[in-house]
Design a protein around this ligand. Sequence first.
Ligand code: GDP
Ligand code: IMO
Ligand code: MG
Length: 431
Amino acid sequence: MANIVIVGTQWGDEGKGKVVDLLAEFADIVVRFQGGNNAGHTMVVNGEQFISHLIPSGILQKKTCLIGNGMVIDPAVLIEELDYLKSKGIDVGQDQLMISEKAHIIMPYHKQMDHAREKMKGDKKIGTTGRGIGPSYEDKATRRGIRFIDLIDPEVFSEKVKTILEEKNFYLKEYLSSNPLDFDDIIDKYSEYAEILAPFVTNISLVISRAIKEAKHILFEGAQGTHLDIDHGTYPYVTSSNTIAGNACAGAGIGPKKITDVIGIVKAYTTRVGQGPFPSELFDETGANIQEKGVEFGATTGRKRRCGWLDTVILRNSVRLNSLSGLAITKLDVLGEQEFLKICTGYEYDGKIINDFPASLKVLSACKPIYETLPGWSEDISNIRKFEDLPQNARNYLNRIEELAETPIQIISLGPARDETIIISNPFKDF
Ligand code: GDP
Ligand code: IMO
Ligand code: MG
């Protein structure tokens, strides 16, 4: 039995989709446990690119995919994703996809509120994906959310929408100067969604528990990144769920004793989409070069990703917050042809050195990165499959990351495709 959690260590888009797709070969089940279609996870197999927003990235390996109770689901997007996969020759049946009956539903007012609030905030906006994620989690916390179990019961669903819509329409119209929504429109659309999705809805905690008893291997696929975590990230410039490994338990319905390993995905440099402080951000030609070479555009919104050097203050924060047992370094190929590379090892604030990630945004925004400089390499490394065959300077860069993170590197990704990878130590190998 191996139950491995994969999390992003930075601000999302580290390459979780690629690594989950790769490791899913050795797993029986892949579970998403938080977030929604704010996520965009890319897989490249046989030259074809797939982007998943809701369905776990184990789908291409034909594994059982579970949508956990900790997720918020836009049913229209889920249906679109099923259609998209079908158009690519992957027909996802009820034996392959299961949705937690307790997962919350994203409603039209959530999306509208997300957009209208961002507009109202102007310069102070979060830069959300506009998918209704925050407002949906907000309703979950204030106990006004609608779950899948409610969606598939027409009477309960209609009763809940009636009560909630009155308040939402008042807020939309009177506070956000946005259009109110029509009850019948919502019921018509959502009853269609319910009919399509009802056969997939089940108790996934039971499914997982049975699998664990049968000594099956489970992969838990995190979305976003540790520094977008609602508690531990750069609040309020974060998403609205806990993205750290601990939430795999709450968001899937299993106990912490069942998790065997946690792998942190680390992009070889740093990127961020949306607003919020980013100490090692580059505003020069090097940043523009990494953005271009790394094709750093959001997989969900298409926005340009901000780019900067690798920051090991945030990496060490992730090691601690997630109890990382190993690292997967991605996009190392993108750093080729840089004369030198920089690694941020600490921050300078008010004449003092800070080694731990500060909670205050005011402090973080004023932090200046302290860098170590290492020589780069010019060789194309994308075809290398053994650590020993990497140029010495690439090995030095990786060894230094390992040292600073005090955590072993298990996987190195050298290109977007599944096979453009060096596996130093397969986390499933001991099981
Ligand atoms: P996720 O949200 O963490 O799954 O990451 P995204 O899919 O949003 O963004 C990662 C991007 O980098 C995608 O376009 C991947 O295809 C691509 N990618 C992943 N690993 C590598 C790599 O090692 N090298 C290169 N060049 N691209 C990669
Ligand atoms: P994956 O799983 C990168 C960011 C948004 C915004 C903030 C809040 O692909 O790594 P939200 O819509 O969640 O309320 O937006 O979080 N964000 C992501 N950034 N990758 C993601 O997912 C993200 N999901 C949300 O850009 O700054
Ligand atoms: Mg992404």
